[in-house]
Design a protein around this ligand. Structure first.
Ligand code: FES
Ligand SMILES: [Fe+2]
Length: 340
């Protein structure tokens, strides 16, 4: 089912402002294979990181700037075309039609989505979330932090943990729980879900409200928002000042999840220097990191042999998004079996 979820769904891979310069790239890993987003003269291209010559990897760092040039024999993708050194030494017929193995791409505002073989249009997959997500994308300007590691649990447990607000006072006592979040108000759009929480700690709320004058955005939700984009992506934010884009990509190894979180910066008010809120973003990234480490630590303790997507018993009202997730997976599993 994991490869079906990867191949037939759209995935939010990045924000356009993360790759502002020609040559910028970023690399993620899903099912133990790479997926790269690279700026080819300003056009974003998404591909499997494998050279069509003999399969060497183009990029070996998680992000940076450089040409899409294979380090083995110099094959280069540039301007939408493959350039092959010593071309006269190859049979013309064998090179005909060779290109990068690319994924399909589409945009929701400035968010780039990609998919190997999407079953639906991006519009259909996002449903009512398309417009709010596009609006959020317009309020983001650049990436502030990149955090990647391997969660030691199955990706489904990691996602369910991210959908679960019941654990916050227990697992995040001195981090996220400082906000004293209200019960969530949940909404659903197809397989996706959004939870909105009020911030109940008066001092924190006052501080956050007074920070509004530093930001340009107008679409912000004044609370804590957690958006789940089925199947592997979460987008969370406090007051819309920054957004944490998280991926929980399955691994081929049991009890492993390729986890990424990036802190995307909200756009600053005109006239402020670009680095004016670096300390603010640093501390947001630091708190997020603590929260993810706490989540990873508890997920590691879960016994996966007890897990079943068919089990929806013993789940509280705060865990209704998990019920929605499991029922969605049941339906996907049936579809995947049909198409196998
Ligand atoms: S494997 Fe890439 S150029 Fe040969
Ligand atoms: Fe958590």
């Amino acid at each position: 089912m994991n490869s079906f979820l990867r191949d037939r769904y759209w995935h939010l891979l990045c924000h356009a402002s993360e790759l502002p310069q020609p040559g910028d790239f970023l690399k993620l890993r899903w099912l133990d294979q790479d997926v790269v987003v690279a700026s080819d003269q300003g056009n974003l291209v998404v591909f499997d990181n494998l050279c069509p010559h003999r399969g060497a990897k183009f990029f070996n760092t998680e992000y940076g700037n450089g040409p899409i040039t294979c380090r083995y024999h110099g094959w280069t993708h540039h301007g939408g075309e493959l350039h092959i050194p010593c071309r006269h030494k190859f049979q013309d017929a064998e090179l005909a039609g060779l290109s990068l193995s690319t994924l399909k791409i589409d945009w929701c505002g400035d968010f780039l989505f990609a998919s190997p073989q999407p079953a639906h249009s991006l519009d259909e997959q996002l449903g009512d979330l398309f417009n709010p997500l596009a609006a959020i994308s317009m309020e983001i300007q650049g990436r502030h932090a990149w955090n990647a590691y391997t969660y030691q649990c199955d990706w489904k447990l990691a996602i369910e943990n991210a959908l679960d607000s019941l654990h916050t006072p227990f697992v995040h006592k001195d981090s996220l729980n400082r906000l004293r979040l209200s019960d969530p108000v949940n909404s659903y759009s197809g397989a996706n879900s959004v939870a909105r929480f009020q911030i109940c700690d008066e001092a924190v709320l006052k501080r956050l409200k007074s920070t509004a004058r530093l930001f340009a955005g107008t679409e912000r939700f004044e609370g804590y928002m957690s958006m789940y984009l089925f199947p592997f992506t979460m987008l969370t934010s406090t007051f819309g000042y920054s957004y944490s884009l998280q991926h929980f990509f399955p691994s081929d190894q049991p009890q492993r999840t390729h986890f990424y979180s990036r802190l995307l910066r909200g756009s600053l008010r005109a006239g402020l220097p670009a680095n004016a809120l670096d300390h603010f973003f640093d501390s947001s990234a630091e708190i997020n990191k603590t929260v993810f480490e706490e989540d990873n630590a508890i997920c590691r303790e879960m016994e996966f042999s007890r897990y079943s997507i068919h089990d929806v018993a013993r789940l509280s009202t705060d865990e209704e998004k998990i019920v929605h997730f499991r029922k969605t997976l049941q339906a996907v599993q049936a579809r995947a079996a049909q198409s196998a």
